[in-house]
Design a protein around this ligand. Structure first.
Ligand code: ADP
Ligand code: ZN
Length: 607
């Protein structure tokens, strides 16, 4: 195409934009002047223009190496519509088509040529390059060159040859995810040590990060969509194809316009589902991670994870598909012990070499730490990419700070119970022993006679489960997969058992199934008197009485019995949950919320 030599003009006339973002212009100028560049920019940041514009301005063809073969067609189509002579070379072409493109390339008729990495390194392609004029080499998804990165591709290693063979052609490497180690590896392997490194902040301030406990997760997802994202486009990630199919179907029955996407569907179905998602504005795609690479849909309003991704990079990249237009968007995830077990198992079973496995494991640990964190999510994400940040005010931990508790004593009980029962059982059984439940299995193994039997009755069974999850996530306990997932003490647990280490953990409150209470008032009251909650009920009544005496008003003007009953049933320990109770308005929340919550909290953690 004919074009002016000025980047601004090209930006305006070819792409239709008025201003460059952040560092785009600096990067473009470097390349135009023949210098190399390395670019780290979050997804949606605008990496493509950084090489497309110099490709148009410099003489010759810009060669873009990209592993995303499935997207080349799209990218090329978009460019052609903008009047750019673009083409691609990959395995999807017929011989004739390929010959035709090579010819155009040799004749200097192409502005931009996308090439798959495996294609690039064949002798014939290299010969082709030597005979053509090349404006620049752009290496997209450059983290694929790094073994430390999460997406290693052996073909990328051979890209080192470009620096040797074409020293006069400027090269630009681009990636959306790279911690310092990955970055160093990219720079070394692609001989970019001399290049200017452009690092854009990884913060995506419009994305709100939320992690929920994985319990009743289908319904939680449905509520989240109905409440916050009615009629929005979104992506829901699941680990398995079966789960994708099942969940998409279920959501559809619930009135959500949901479609499945995974590698097991026919090409036709996948293409049609993807195209509906792209073209319409309220389709929810339920997918395995096969979906989304390079999807450039600006108005995806939420990304939900029903299963845990295996690293921070993966999480960041997947959630990064939300809100590319800069408008508010949600990254929502559920997380539970099963995830930890499943991912650990997958890694142990993988055929990868030891170094690689160790790296993967380390990344998983880091990510689990993120899930369990009680501080600002964004800070942790950004710290991972070596950026500093203040608490963001736009994540679950900022908006509703989790309650932490001194779990040292409980952790010691849990760990010693694992020890006393011989490190031969899973979580459920150990919790039964702690709770003093003489199940058949417990008596059969004589565990009703061990010293830890019943020492955990002060805590709710769900508090124990959450505690075990955190102990596993933090590496105090290991799961032995060769023995059906039994709990085993890690060396690390010794300090806790000896009393040398104290533990402050996230307190996971327990919701009873929904807000609908079972039975009428009388039945509910009876249930309270029969169960373990009577103490709490009485304590709440005493508190109400004290407050009513203090304020010289009748007790019911503080809270009705029905409200106290809900407190017992739902055990709210955060202000926002408390304000959801019937009969709790702003005024009462303000006047009494803290005191009641404190009481409920101390009851639940067994103080
Ligand atoms: P990345 O490859 O970094 O994920 P893209 O290059 O696909 O991001 O760009 C993301 C979106 O931002 C695209 O829709 C692109 O057209 C748009 N964009 C890029 N640069 C600009 C700019 N300077 N002004 C306006 N929009 C831009
Ligand atoms: Zn935050």
């Amino acid at each position: 195409m004919s074009h002016s030599q000025n980047p601004h003009e090209v930006l305006k006339h070819v792409f239709g934009y008025d201003e460059f973002r952040d560092q785009q212009l600096d990067i473009i100028s470097d390349l135009i002047d023949g210098r190399d560049a390395m670019v780290l920019m979050p997804t949606g940041g605008g990496k493509s223009l950084c090489y497309q514009i110099p490709s148009l301005i410099r003489p010759g063809t810009g060669v873009v190496i990209s592993p995303l073969i499935a997207l080349m067609q799209d990218q090329v189509n978009t460019l052609i519509e903008q009047g750019v002579n673009a083409a691609f070379l990959n395995s999807s072409l017929t011989r004739v088509e390929q010959r035709d493109i090579e010819l155009q390339f040799l004749q200097g008729n192409l502005d931009i040529l996308y090439v798959a990495p495996e294609r690039l390194m064949t002798d014939s392609t290299l010969a082709l390059f030597r005979q053509s004029q090349i404006a620049l080499f752009a290496i997209d998804e450059a983290h694929c060159v790094s073994q430390w990165g999460h997406d290693f591709r052996a073909d990328y290693l051979r890209l080192a040859i470009l620096a040797e063979e074409f020293p006069q052609v400027p090269r630009i490497a681009l990636t959306a995810t790279a911690d310092r180690r990955t970055r160093n590896e990219i720079s070394e392997r692609l001989t970019l040590q001399q290049a200017q490194h452009y690092i854009t902040s990884f913060d995506r301030p419009n994305i709100r990060y939320q992690i929920r406990e994985k319990e009743n997760s289908k319904n939680r997802l449905l509520q989240f969509i109905q409440k916050d994202h009615e009629g929005d486009a979104g992506i829901v990630y699941c680990l398995s194809r079966n789960k994708v199919n099942e969940l998409a179907q279920w959501l559809k029955e619930k009135g959500i316009d949901a479609l499945p996407y995974h590698a097991g569907l026919t090409q036709g179905v996948r293409a049609s589902n993807q195209s509906r998602f792209l073209k319409e504005d309220s389709v929810v795609i339920v997918a395995t991670i096969a979906f989304g690479m390079g999807i450039d849909k600006p108005d995806v309003r939420f990304v939900a994870h029903m299963d845990l991704p295996k690293s921070m990079e993966a999480y960041y990249q997947e959630t990064g598909r939300a809100g590319r237009d800069g408008e508010p968007a949600d990254a929502w995830m559920v997380y539970g012990l099963q995830d930890v077990i499943q991912l650990r198992k997958m890694m142990e079973g993988s055929a990868a070499n030891e170094t690689f496995k160790r790296v993967e494991q380390q990344k998983l640990e880091t990510f689990l730490g993120f899930c369990e964190a009680t501080t600002c999510r964004r800070q942790i994400i950004l710290r991972y990419f070596e950026e500093k940040a203040e608490p963001c005010g736009n994540c679950d931990n900022c908006q509703s700070p989790p309650i932490t508790w001194d779990a040292t004593e409980a952790a010691r009980k849990a760990l010693s119970c694992v020890y006393r029962t011989g490190q031969r059982f899973g979580v459920s059984h150990v919790v039964d022993v702690l709770m003093g439940k003489a199940t058949d299995k417990v008596t059969q193994h004589g565990h009703h006679a061990v010293s830890t039997f019943g020492i955990g009755q002060n805590l709710d069974q769900n508090v124990w489960r959450s505690l075990f999850r955190q102990l596993v996530a933090m590496g105090y306990l290991k799961i032995d997969f060769d023995r059906f997932g039994v709990l085993v003490l890690d060396e690390k647990s010794r300090a806790v058992l000896k009393g040398d280490e104290s533990l402050h953990l996230r307190f996971e409150e327990k919701k009873k199934a929904g807000r609908k209470q079972q039975g009428n008032f009388k039945q509910r009251k009876e249930a309270i008197y029969e169960g373990e909650d009577e103490k709490l009920w009485q304590a709440l009544r005493r508190l109400r009485k004290n407050l009513s005496d203090e304020n010289n008003v009748p007790p019911y003007t503080i809270f009705h019995d029905a409200t106290l009953m809900e407190m017992v049933e739902l055990k709210p320990v955060k202000l926002d949950e408390f304000s959801d109770l019937h009969g709790v308005g702003d005024k009462k929340l303000d006047s009494y919320g803290d005191q009641f919550i404190e009481l409920i909290y101390s009851h639940v953690v067994g103080e």
